[in-house]
Design a protein around this ligand. Structure first.
Ligand code: AMP
Length: 308
């Protein structure tokens, strides 16, 4: 099943307590499509400027990502600058330069229009809606957003959410969007906006998936070395939707497995700056970490402990 993603391709400047990097490859769609490329075919829609190097496009192609929808426009590529404190859970955005994104209107190539799974990565919610007008009834539409759009374009975002099946969002943003401090209540409020499933990413504390019937909790992988959390959310979404697209199965059981594959991909990406750790994973590494997640959360039933 093919997977369409629309989002940013960017140069990031990132400072964490463990180091600093300037103008490294980033962007929501870049992280998403690289993570998803281990599971399924990915159709990428984004825009870059004249300054975007051919070798980065070749990297995306080398992962089998379809870049027919990656436009090059005159001007500079989107740039984001952020820093993280010792509490690595949330980035503090220092600069956002939309550059070519300011005038970008996504055009979905004809060859992409039947994509059955769609991910609206973190971009202007008006552009997200424009994408949905161009696709032919996908089986599942998922979406991400961030504080920048929740406060800046709330009405457009609420409009996009009416058509979304799964919202993948971090905890701070979920609280901000729902205007509700309690996460369980916040997920309920967000579901009333449209999405049937709400996945709340909680950084080093894992992720929660809410729907009308159940809540599923996944831990984060207990890593000793976390260098740069940038891209964890998008790589999570890439693993999650990549797995769902590859199995063509959207049952509760499959969605739970997808949450773990999302967590696996996020756990790899934070081990290094930019996409360095997920450029060339092997399938065995991915599967081994999936199995470690299973062991991490396995415990036996308590049986008849109080009747012995
Ligand atoms: P995350 O997975 O949430 O850590 O997202 C990281 C990526 O989001 C970075 O590589 C940034 O380039 C990108 N990003 C940050 N701000 C924005 C924005 N306002 N619009 C689109 N992409 C953004």
């Amino acid at each position: 099943m093919s997977l369409l993603v629309v989002g940013s391709v960017a140069f990031d400047s990132v400072k964490t307590p463990f180091g600093e990097r300037e103008e490294i490859l980033g962007g929501s769609a870049t992280y998403f499509s690289t993570a998803a490329s281990y599971f399924t075919d990915v159709n990428l829609v984004a825009v870059v400027g004249e300054d975007f190097p051919e070798h980065d496009i070749n990297f995306l192609k080398s992962r089998g990502i379809n870049v027919e929808g990656l436009e090059r426009q005159s001007g500079k590529t989107f740039r984001w600058k952020g820093e993280y404190g010792f509490q690595l859970n949330e980035a503090n955005t220092l600069e956002t330069h939309l550059n070519v994104f300011e005038t970008f209107r996504p055009t979905i190539p004809q060859s992409y229009s039947n994509s059955e799974v769609v991910f609206l990565a973190n971009i202007d919610p008006e552009l997200q809606s424009e994408v949905l007008r161009q696709v032919n009834s996908p089986k599942i539409i998922a979406c991400d957003t961030m504080n920048f759009w929740i406060s800046g374009k709330r009405e457009s975002l609420l409009n996009t959410l009416k058509s979304v099946d799964v919202l993948i969002i971090n905890d701070g943003e979920a609280r901000q969007l729902a205007m509700e401090a309690n996460l369980v209540k916040a997920a309920g409020v967000i579901r009333s906006y449209g999405p049937k499933h709400v996945i709340v990413k909680r950084g080093e504390y894992g992720a929660l998936m809410f729907n009308s019937k159940s809540v599923f909790a996944a831990p984060a992988y207990p890593l000793e070395n976390v260098f740069d959390p940038t891209g964890a959310g998008d790589s999570f979404a890439g693993g999650f939707l990549g797995y769902l697209a590859s199995t063509r199965n959207f049952t509760e059981a499959s969605m739970r497995q997808a949450v773990i594959f999302g967590s696996v991909m996020a756990s790899f990406v934070v081990e290094d700056f930019s996409l360095n750790r997920i450029r060339a994973l092997d399938y065995e590494e991915i599967l081994n970490r999936y199995r470690e997640f299973k062991r991490l959360t396995h415990f036996e039933d308590a049986g008849d402990i109080f009747n012995r």
